[in-house]
Design a protein around this ligand. Sequence first.
Ligand code: GDP
Ligand code: MG
Length: 384
Amino acid sequence: MRTKPHLNIGTMGHVDHGKTTLTAAITKVLAQRGTGTFVPFDRIDRAPEEAARGITINIAHVEYETDTRHYAHVDMPGHADYVKNMVTGAAQLDGAILVVSALDGIMPQTAEHVLLARQVGVDHIVVALNKADGTDDDELIDLVELEVRDLLTAQGYPGDSVPVVRVSGLRALEGDPRWTAAVEALLDAVDTYVPMPERYLDAPFLLPVENVLTITGRGTVVTGAVERGTVRVGDRVEVLGAGVETVVTGVETFGKPMQEAQAGDNVALLLRGVPRDAVRRGHVVAAPGSVAPRRRFTAQVYVLSAREGGRTTPVSSGYRPQFYIRTADVVGVVDLGEEAVVRPGETVTMTVELGREVPLEPGLGFAVREGGRTVGAGTVIAVG
Ligand code: GDP
Ligand code: MG
C-alpha cells in the first residue's frame, strides 16, 4: 500500500551527459537505504518501445521512495524521444532533474530540453552537475554552474535559486561513499525543491463530460472522470459549452450515492434543472469562473510519422483537422507562421483557431485527428 505522496519526475539533458547512469545510481543508493530496488544501467538503457496516444516512444520507468515521497522516474534514450515525450505529454512531469556534464557544460540538447520543459509547464528543475569526479578543477565546475544558472534564468526559471548539486552517477553506482552522499544530497534537493503538484484536490473542480443520460423523474446526469478538484452535493457549477450555471443535486461513484467525489474518480453528477439536450459530450463542468473558454491557442505539436499511423504528406498553414481536447472534438484551422510545412515525424509550433470555444490552458494536452485517426499530439503553450 502506498502511504507517501506520489510525484512524477524524470532526467533530461544532452546525450552522454549521464542521465541513465545517474538514474541507475539513484536506484542503487535508495536500494541501500531499503526504499527502492536497484535497477542496473542495462535495464534502463534498453527501454522498451511504448505506444502512448498512438505515438512510439522509447521510455524507461523506474520507481523508488525517499523518506518522504514515492517517485515514478522516467529516462529516455534519445533526443527525439525527449522531444516527443515533452510535446505529447506522454509523461506528465511534476519536476525534472537536468543532467549537465561538469566536464562539457551546456550543449544544444541541454538548452532544448530546458526550453521544452518551460513550454509544457514543468515548473521545477533541479540540476545535477554530473561527472564531477572527472576533474579537480573546482573553478571549471563553478563556470559550468554559472552557465547553467544563466540558461535557466533566460528561460524564465529562477536560475539563482535553483538547486545545483555536483554528483558522479558513475562513482555512486560503483559504491564510492563520497559520491553516494552526493546522490543523496541531490534526492534531498528534489524532495524539498519540487512541490507537490496542485493537480489533485486543491485545484478548482473540473470534469470533462463523457456522456449524458436522463434519469426519469430526477433529471439530467453527466458522467466522466474528475480531472481536478473536488465536487460535493449542493455545489454550484458551470457547464461550459451549454452556457448554464446550476447546482449539483447528486454525486455517484461506482453506482453508489456519495457526498463528494474528487480528482481521478469516475462519477455521475445529477444537475438541477438542466434540459437533456442542453449538455453534450465535450462540454466541461467546472467551478464557476475557474476556466475561460477560448478559440485561439498556440501549441507545440508532434506530427506522427507514417510508421506510427500518421500522415504520409506534410502539413501546411490552412490545414483543418479535428482537435480532440479533453472529450471535445472540434475543428480548427492551423497557422504555421514562418514555417512553410511540417513533415510527418517532425515537431512544430502552431497557432490554432478553433471552430468553437472550449476551456483551454497552458499545459493541456490534445490529439490532432483526421476522421477519427490520430495524426498528431501536442500541448497548449499559450492561450488567446
Ligand atoms: P545519457 O546518454 O545521458 O543517458 O548518458 P549515459 O548514462 O549513457 O552515460 C554516457 C557515458 O558517460 C557513459 O560512458 C558513462 O559511463 C559516462 N558517465 C556517466 N556518468 C558519469 C560520471 O558521473 N562520471 C564519469 N566519469 N563518467 C560518467
Ligand atoms: Mg541514456
